[in-house]
Design a protein around this ligand. Sequence first.
Ligand code: CMC
Length: 428
Amino acid sequence: MADSKASLSIDGKVIAELPILSGTAGQDVIDIRTLGGAGYFTYDPGFLATASCESAITYIDGGNGVLQHRGYPIASLAKEADFLEVCYLLLNGNAPTKAEYDDFKSIITKHTMVHEKLAHFFQGFLPDAHPMAMLCGVVGALSSFYHSDLDIDKPDQRMRSAHRLIAKMPTIAAMAYKYSIGQPFVYPRNDLTYAENFLHMMFSVPAEEYNVSPVAARAMDRIFTLHADHEQNASTSTVRLAGSSGANPYACIAAGVASLWGPAHGGANEACLNMLEEIGDVSRVDEFVAKAKDKSDPFRLMGFGHRVYKNFDPRATVMRETCHEVLADLGVTDPLLDVAMALEKVALEDPYFIEKKLYPNVDFYSGIILKALGIPTSMFTVIFAMSRTVGWISHWDEMLSQPGQKIGRPRQLYTGEIDREFTPLKDR
Ligand code: CMC
């Protein structure tokens, strides 16, 4: 992999020869692992130019709007595969055969129930607790059910954890919602697909029959697929860092949930809907666009922009299509959706957004779809977390399977006080 070398000189003196590594696609990287020996560390807060690991799961070319999982373009996967096929692909490296798919589907379906004791954890939350707070706590609590007999050095045991997490996340997510509205928890049903089952656990009640809408199930499945993985984003990097110490995988996934919650990451879909509510009416769109452009105003258009995609977000292209399909199929009319469409139009045509390459991202459209499906705003990020669980656990598994895996331990540029003499409290 090392084709050439980079020389690092300081004041004209070469202090290190650093190998340049090439992957199968994407930018080459300079391997700086030996730089510490030459007396230097690199400085890259926010990881703007740092490859933190080697990975064969997902490839992104942000400049050209490319996203591929295991080599397959996201648009093909979203249109031609279902979410469980994508889960299998991410976890195992190849698309499943029919027999492998049936087997995988059966394993996931049979792991959807949670231990009855897990339900008790919810009783400790206030009814108005944010469902992401509940998800974070309850997923972390899963580690107490699966810890003593779990050997993360064994690939089959890691895979079993992955299956459990993929299967149980929708159950836990729906329980968080049911708890928040005071309805009884709904058990999963083995005759439903993954997406249907989630909608069933969210919306059915014991008092009457609930039929899952095929439009809603298809849209839900597509939302899951489009959020399944996104290489080394903040939450995935968090899961990797937590897992690098050998920590319990369920606790690592809880760390991923925490990181995803922020409005700059997975919290953007909820923040986007809250923003649409704040705008309230199409007549106020220009006012908010002006606020977003004003440097003295911290307001940003939620659901616009991306750290990696600087031309377009390929997930947003598919999600936009789905969004328009869902709105037409369901015949939904909602003033907020009009605000969203007006905002999309203004932002796509405004020079500020064009010059800064700020486009509607996946969360802009997923928020609108979820709203149209009747999903409460506070559940948006929970649904993102459910979808991303397969990505998180695939990266965790990949990391632990790599030879010579090391605990993640970044360095720092220290700018604090040094060598101060300490005065005892009585003399201060
Ligand atoms: N509205 C208005 N201006 C913006 C926005 C926005 N949403 N996003 C970036 N800018 C401006 C920013 O002010 C800056 O301007 P200038 O160059 O004059 O200082 C320029 O664009 C570059 O912004 P940045 O913050 O340096 O870019 P970044 O790559 O660090 O941040 C981002 C990316 C996603 C955090 C940011 O675009 C943002 O906060 N967007 C809104 C939140 C959002 O929708 N996040 C979801 C991302 S998609 C889901 C996921 O993958 O997690």
